[in-house]
Design a protein around this ligand. Structure first.
Ligand code: PBG
Length: 328
């Protein structure tokens, strides 16, 4: 035999030497839920180990993240008040806006990203303003654009370093880019959830954010998971509209999509390992059925191997620990 692949697997130093994919803390973003109230650290039942934090206590988590070397977070707001227009989302004293101001003050080194969407703020749980055609209710794309643009600007005004629209309305990136530029925020990047599938993997998140749609589902705006070419269409049109970073979501069951997108675009690509992925790993590892740390090392590596350079994950701190210990 001339070729013996095992030659390069003989010991750890050699294996590390020839390792093709490296997971870096620099690409990690931790999604974090901030809520109204005081002294709140409330565990999310379907996401054990994840919490809703009030603004006065979120510093505990931000401090831990920073100590672990995770320097970016993405805020999701859980407001007390919801209405049909989701007006809490652009309230200058809204939950995300207050979290941003506090975090900027106490953790000036942290990079603060916000999820821009309306589903946490609307009483019907959809990601936009509703309309009705022939008795069928749906989300009105163009009316929603104005709201999204307004939300993005209010986040930037409160101190967001980057905004990330997750609503899946057509044309939202352009609408936001224009509004941000007009308000003087030409320097604020947009990370678009460009390739976001209608997925049951978001189930635990909707518990966490109390954002499940009250009727119907999100299939008239989020993508159909049977489709692959459509991912390219979404990614390219968002780049044309000014997206600086393109996200693929969920991650684990969509690595083929991630690879396609990463191959074609010339912007950084992010992957979001969503709440359902977290919950599955957590539950199975709590039962002792899988080795959670090793599984999440594989999941994270797969995302970078497929072409992402940014990884949003509720396991960000654990992954940082794995990197420190050389276990990933
Ligand atoms: C808001 C939003 C969702 C997620 C991120 N932003 C929920 C949804 O679209 O229903 C999901 C995140 C997760 O499951 O971890 N639109």
């Amino acid at each position: 035999m001339i070729k013996r692949p095992r030659r390069l697997r003989q010991n750890r130093v050699l294996r590390k030497m020839v390792q093709e994919t490296h997971v870096s803390k620099d690409g990690l973003i931790y999604p974090m839920f901030v809520c109204e109230g005081e002294n709140v650290k409330e565990e999310i039942p379907s996401m054990e180990g994840q919490y809703r934090w009030s603004v006065d206590r979120m510093g505990e988590k931000l401090g831990q993240l920073q100590d672990a070397g995770v320097n970016s977070v993405m805020f999701f707001g859980i407001p007390d008040h919801k209405d049909s227009a989701g007006s809490g989302a652009y309230d200058p004293d809204g939950i995300v806006q207050r979290a941003l101001r506090q975090a900027k003050k106490d953790f000036p080194e942290m990079y603060l990203i916000t999820d821009v969407c309306m589903c946490e703020y609307t009483d019907h749980g959809h990601c936009g303003i509703l309309c009705e055609h022939d008795g069928v209710r749906d989300v009105d794309n163009d009316k929603t654009l104005e709201m999204l643009a307004r939300i993005a600007v209010s986040h930037a005004q409160a101190g967001a370093d980057m905004v990330a629209p997750s609503d899946m309305m057509d044309g939202r990136v352009l609408a936001m880019r224009k509004a941000l530029d007009e308000a003087g925020f030409t320097h604020i990047p947009i990370m678009s959830y460009a390739v976001k599938y209608a997925s049951a993997f978001y189930g635990p998140f909707r518990d966490a954010a109390d954002s499940a749609p009250q009727f119907g589902d999100r299939r008239t705006y989020q993508m159909d998971y049977h489709n692959r070419k459509e991912a390219i269409k979404e990614a390219l049109s968002d780049i044309d509209e000014g997206a600086d970073i393109i996200m693929v979501k969920p991650a684990m069951s969509y690595l083929d999509i991630l690879e396609d997108v990463a191959e074609i675009v010339n912007v950084p690509v992010a992957a979001y390992s969503v709440s359902g992925e977290y919950a599955m790993v957590k539950a199975a590892s709590d039962k002792g059925w899988i080795d959670g740390s090793r599984i999440l090392a594989e999941m994270a590596t797969a995302v970078f191997r497929a072409g992402a350079s940014i990884y949003l994950t509720y396991f960000a701190e654990e992954i940082a620990g794995l990197i420190d210990r050389g276990e990933i």
